[in-house]
Write a new protein. Structure first.
Length: 211
């Protein structure tokens, strides 16, 4: 089996190349460094049960598309352009540290976002609606803007969970770095034994509104 089988395939019947992809907002390097420091402050002595996301790979996902045919990229980018029409560049800030679904049953550790969420929510809702027309099912859950720091691999041993919750409750995090959003991006996800590698394959800039 080729090493890149899972990220770039050819459909046997249609002879169409397929890639795994998603739509996202990329983060500034300074913020990624802050998130790395936050992760380090949450790490206990033994944490095999947690898979921390590499800071270089952290992004704000707007829509996961899964496997798409490469001949559909242009129409997806057109849908992204329609979804962001009339939305100027805007900014977000980090606010708060949290987990899904709760501290008694931790599955995901994340940081929240604040700022001009009205623009973010409008773009995300438009993307859902416009991509649904193209055959990409809408998410069944409400969009909750966040950045994923880590995911739990398996059931956390009780003693480890108690230790983590104690550290979590004592940890405060505020980043001085804003997320200045000037574009939305179509990303390729390449799955490898060492983790996913993300590459931008399309970009839609946000345009300032001229009075």
């Amino acid at each position: 089996m080729p090493a890149n089988y899972w990220d770039w395939r050819v459909h046997k019947d249609m002879n169409v190349e397929v890639i795994r992809s998603f739509i996202a907002i990329e983060l500034p390097e300074e913020l990624k460094a802050d998130l790395k420091s936050l992760q380090n402050s949450l790490i206990t002595n033994r944490q095999d049960w947690m898979k921390w996301v590499s800071p270089d790979s952290i992004h704000l996902t707007l829509k996961f598309l899964g496997d798409i045919a490469t001949d559909k990229i242009d129409e997806i980018i057109m849908a992204m352009e329609e979804s962001s029409a009339g939305i100027p560049p805007f900014s977000l800030q980090i606010e708060g540290l949290g987990v899904f679904p709760n501290l008694k049953r931790i599955q995901v550790v994340w940081v929240g976002l604040t700022g001009e969420l009205n623009y973010l929510n409008t773009i995300q809702e438009n993307i859902e609606n416009n991509l649904a027309i193209l055959g990409y099912p809408a998410e069944g859950r409400e969009f909750t803007p966040h950045l994923t720091l880590g995911r739990v691999r398996y059931a956390i041993p009780p003693a480890e969970q108690q230790k983590f919750v104690e550290i979590f409750n004592k940890t405060a995090f505020e980043s001085v770095h804003k997320i200045d959003i000037k574009s939305i991006n179509l990303m390729k996800s390449q799955l490898t034994p060492r983790g996913a590698i993300y590459t931008r394959i399309g970009m839609v800039p946000l345009k300032s509104i001229v009075p």
